[in-house]
Design a protein around this ligand. Structure first.
Ligand SMILES: CC(C)(COP(=O)(O)OP(=O)(O)OC[C@H]1O[C@@H](n2cnc3c(N)ncnc32)[C@H](O)[C@@H]1OP(=O)(O)O)[C@@H](O)C(=O)NCCC(=O)NCCS
Length: 204
């Protein structure tokens, strides 16, 4: 029997409190590992107002488009794009909320489930991800998911970040179409996460 089903869906109103709690309860070490400047993190109500406004905005006009990550239908993380230029390009961010879920292969599987939502729902030509260069988890995960390295440079990559070295990775629509099939769900069997349908990544 398949347990611990991984799935993804668009953000809903009750998820907003969970995302605010993730950011506001995160410890300093975790935030610094992502290149976050703790002094730039907004207050809870600002988070809630921002995410609610984004949810109420038509997708084509959203600055941030958010996908929720679930295990057995329980939210365990999120991946959002910001900035987002509908029909053109977006920058993806990855967050498994609890440390005990990390480094078990879950993030990689959820990223693969999420990428088709970004390309199909935002009509993207290219998807970028620009993690802190010294944060191995997202850099390794997206490389494994088919992104190619564009450059490494110093910038202030986001509203909560300090100036830092980042790695810019990209996945073009053409490469996405070669590698991915939308709609895949994954399950946990005999101690391993397994695919329930045909393989999603064709070449990796
Ligand atoms: C980034 C994140 C979603 C990756 O998910 P994950 O479940 O931890 O990653 P996986 O277990 O699927 O691992 C994917 C690959 O990354 C590697 N990896 C993951 N975490 C790593 C770490 N801390 N150090 C080195 N490699 C790591 C894994 O070894 C694996 O590569 P491999 O198969 O070649 O061995 C998750 O770690 C996370 O949410 N981290 C905290 C938030 C964060 O840093 N976000 C980035 C902001 S853009």
């Amino acid at each position: 029997m398949i347990q611990n089903l991984l799935s993804v869906r668009e953000i809903e109103i009750p998820d907003i409190e969970l995302i605010a709690s993730y950011w506001l309860n995160a410890d300093k070490i975790h935030l610094e590992s992502m290149g976050v400047d703790i002094n730039k993190i907004p207050a809870r109500q600002q988070f809630i107002n921002y995410l609610t406004t984004q949810l109420e905005t038509p997708i084509a006009n959203r600055e941030s488009y958010c996908i929720i990550w679930l295990e057995n239908n329980v939210p365990i993380g999120h991946s959002n794009t910001r900035p987002t230029l509908y029909g053109e390009e977006a920058f993806m961010h990855l967050h498994l909320w609890n440390n005990e879920n990390r480094r078990k292969g879950i993030g990689y599987e959820l990223v693969k489930l999420t990428i088709p939502h970004f390309f199909e729902n935002l009509k993207l030509k290219v998807l970028y991800c620009e993690p802190y260069a010294l944060n191995p988890a997202p850099n390794k995960t997206i490389q494994k998911a088919g992104f190619g390295l564009v450059k490494e440079y110093t910038t202030v990559p986001g509203a909560f970040n300090s100036e830092q070295k980042v790695k810019r990775w990209q996945l073009s629509y053409e490469k996405y179409r070669q590698l991915y099939k939308p709609g895949l769900r994954l399950g946990f069997k005999n101690g391993k996460y397994v695919k329930q349908q045909q393989t999603q990544l064709k070449n990796i």
